[in-house]
Ligand binder design. Structure first.
Ligand code: ADP
Length: 462
């Protein structure tokens, strides 16, 4: 399989080569054609010039042609490739290059024909007649014969030659430049890709703490780098979460399982009587373990970024009312006064999950508020948020414990909690759900005036 950089270099070189060759070819062709057209026009003008000069060599008073000047002009023209013959008004030949310089004429004609054939031209020496005029009066005729439609002199050829040399030089320089640029561009494009693939391989090997630290100006490559970084940190978080959860579970289950084990062992070894109270206490311990397992299942679903939200617009006030109504029996049992204030606040949330949040906070309030106490719930609506507040007149949470109560398995003042039978997972689940909604959950508490939980859910999640 070919390397990406090689493929890119080759593609860039081929593209540049094709473009340079096309430009050279087309401009060379156009230049040649333009030059030939220019030469052809020049030659016609030169023939007219010769005719005009001839008109100066005739004296209309004496009716005599200045043969010396005509001879000089004729010879000069012959050297330029124009074969001249001059006739007077009565068609008498006055001067003729062929009869004066036969050999030179043939030599000039042969040289020009050979040169033009080499050039690939298909022309021939053609004679053109021009009338020689003085003050608007015809005084004679000039027959000028030259290689038509055009011919090139040695100088013209060397000019075209140097032009072609320039084109070839430009082409060669472009090839060298394309090799250089191709290699440079390919390396620039592939460097971040190669780096990304290295990092992806390291991630695959389990090194989640690696981060891509490079700069690229290409948007797609930047997105790829950001995605890889995001993937690495997500995997790293998952890994930490998994490890932490396993450690927490092990820690949490070790004590009750050890108690169960030693108590059952003592009973089977008949050191202990299996009295109904002891069996009941063991049964309660097993029930607590079952609750922990059930909560663990719940937390596994909501933490660790596996949470899928099924959002729909819901009136939070109505939702709080419905959830709290289900606590009626427990409220009555403890003679707790419950009030719900505020007003409608419609927000896009996962109804079941937020029900769980309300239920958890409400259940804690009921659990940690002694008989005859009071629980107050509020729903506040603002432009950007829906806010749910729940206050109780319960036992409160010590200040130093407040920062920890959202941690998994954390129970404030463990001794007093044994009776309530909590697992310490409820608020961790609450926090995970609220965070997944882009919201926040806060708690305020003094020891005796009770606790206050504030859940803020944003209406527009970025
Ligand atoms: P638990 O199942 O133990 O209630 P949570 O995660 O729901 O676990 O709560 C963590 C701890 O926070 C509780 O053990 C309790 O000590 C404290 N807590 C929660 N809510 C209240 C409240 N309304 N009043 C007093 N303490 C509370």
């Amino acid at each position: 399989m070919k390397k990406l950089s090689t493929q890119l270099t080759l593609s860039i070189i081929v593209i540049i080569l094709v473009i340079v060759s096309l430009i050279s070819l087309v401009s060379n062709l156009m230049l040649n054609r333009q030059f030939e057209r220019y030469i052809s026009v020049q030659q016609k003008e030169r023939a007219s010039e010769i005719t005009e000069s001839l008109s100066l060599y005739y004296n209309s008073f004496t009716r005599i042609w200045n043969l010396d000047s005509i001879h000089a002009l004729g010879m000069h023209s012959l050297n330029e490739g124009y074969i001249l013959s001059v006739y007077d008004n009565r068609d008498n030949k006055i001067w003729d290059a062929e009869s004066h310089e036969m050999t030179l004429c043939l030599k000039v004609m042969e040289e020009i024909s050979a040169r033009m054939e080499q050039h690939g031209a298909e022309g021939a020496f053609t004679a053109y007649e021009y009338s020689i005029e003085q003050n608007g009066q015809k005084i004679g005729t000039a027959k000028i014969s030259y290689y038509s439609p055009f011919f090139l002199s040695e100088n013209d050829f060397s000019f075209l030659g140097s032009l072609n040399a320039i084109f070839i030089a430009v082409g060669l320089i472009s090839i060298l430049a394309s090799l250089f640029i191709g290699e440079l561009l390919a390396r620039r494009i592939t460097r971040p890709i190669v780096k990304t693939s290295d990092i992806a391989m390291q991630i695959a090997a389990g090194n989640y703490d690696i981060q891509f630290e490079g700069e690229t100006k290409t948007r797609e490559l930047r997105n790829l780098m950001l995605t890889i970084n995001h993937l690495a940190s997500a995997l790293s978080r998952q890994e930490k979460f998994r490890k932490q959860l396993s450690a927490d579970i092990a820690h949490e289950l070790r004590t009750p399982l050890a108690t169960l084990g030693t108590h059952l062992e003592a009973m089977t070894m008949q050191i202990w009587e299996p009295t109904p109270e002891r069996l009941k206490s063991l049964h309660e311990e097993i029930l607590r373990l079952s609750t922990i397992v059930a909560d663990l299942e719940r937390i596994e679903r909501v933490e660790g970024e596996n949470l899928m939200l099924n959002k729909a617009p819901v009136d939070l006030f109505e939702l709080v009312r419905t959830v709290c109504v289900s606590f009626e029996g427990e409220l009555r049992k403890k003679d707790l006064k419950f009030t719900l204030d505020g007003g409608a606040s419609v927000i896009n949330i996962d109804k079941d999950k937020i029900s769980g949040v309300i239920s958890n906070i409400m259940s804690n309030a009921v659990k940690y508020t002694p008989e005859h106490g009071e629980i107050r719930a509020y729903v506040q609506d603002s432009e950007n948020n829906s806010i749910f507040i729940m206050e109780d007149t319960g036992i409160g949470i010590p200040q130093d414990e407040l920062p920890h109560i959202f941690e998994r398995f954390y129970r404030a003042d463990k001794s007093r909690n044994r009776n309530t039978g909590g697992t310490g997972l409820g608020l961790a689940i609450v926090k995970a759900i609220v965070t997944a909604h882009g919201g926040t959950v806060d708690v305020q508490s003094g020891l005796n005036p009770g606790s206050r939980f504030i859940v803020t859910l944003p209406k527009h999640v970025s």
